[in-house]
Write a protein of this length. Sequence first.
Length: 261
Amino acid sequence: MLNKLFRRNTERPNLMLAERISLVKNEMIPTHIAIIMDGNGRWAKKRALPRVAGHHEGMKTVRKITRLANDLGVKALTVYAFSTENWKRPKMEVDFLMRLPEEFLGTYLPELIEQNVRVEMMGEIDSIPPHTHAAVNKAMLATKDNTGLVLNFALNYGSRSEITKATQSLAEQVKQGKLLPSEITEEMLSQHLMTCSLPEPDLLIRTSGEVRLSNFMLWQLAYTEFWFTDTLWPDFDESCLLDAVESYQKRNRRYGGLKGE
C-alpha cells in the first residue's frame, strides 16, 4: 500500500520533455523542494565501481536538477549533501565527499552565476575541512546578489542537533530575563533554525527506495508533501523531477483542515 501511495506513477503519458515542462509550469509550482539524495553507493556497486564513483556521478545529477528546478520557477532547492552521521563512513569516502563541493562549485559556479542561482549552506560549518568551507564561502560570496533559485546545501547537517541548538538559544534568552517561557512560539523557534531565511519545504523527494527522513529537516517538514522513488540518485533525471512535481500538483494540501472537500 505504501508503494502505491508514494512511489512515482510509471503510467504517465509519453510526452516530450519540453511539453511536460510547459504543462507543469501552468500549475502550482512548489516554492521549496528538499531532496534526500540517496543511492550513489548502490549505483556504483551495480556497475562494479568504487562508491566514490557514484558520488561523483551524483554531483552531475545535482547540476541537472538545479537547472530544471530554476527553469520551473522553484525558489529554493535544498539538497542533503552530508549528514552529521556520515562521518562514520570510511575515511577515504568522507575525504572524497568533502572534496565534492569544491569540485562541483569550481566547475559549475560560472553556470550558476549565469542562471542567477544563489548558493547557500546550512550545517555545522566549523567542523568541515577548511578547503570545503572555502569553496562554499567563495560560491556564496560570488552569488550573494543573485535573485533566482536558492541552491541550499545541507552539509554536515543534522536536524536534531539543529533543533537542540535553537532550543538552547531560546533557553539562554529566558535565563537572561529577555524572554518568558510562555512567550516562546513556534514561529520564534523557526527563526532560530538554520532555514530561517527560507520558506518551509512544499515537497520532499527521497531517492533509492528508502522511506525515512534520516534526521533531515524534522521540524520544517511537518506539512511537507513526501514523494519517494526507487530510482538511484545518479539516475534521477529531469523526467523524474517532473514526475515528483506532477504528483505534488495533484495533492490536496489541507494543513489539518478541510480545504477542497
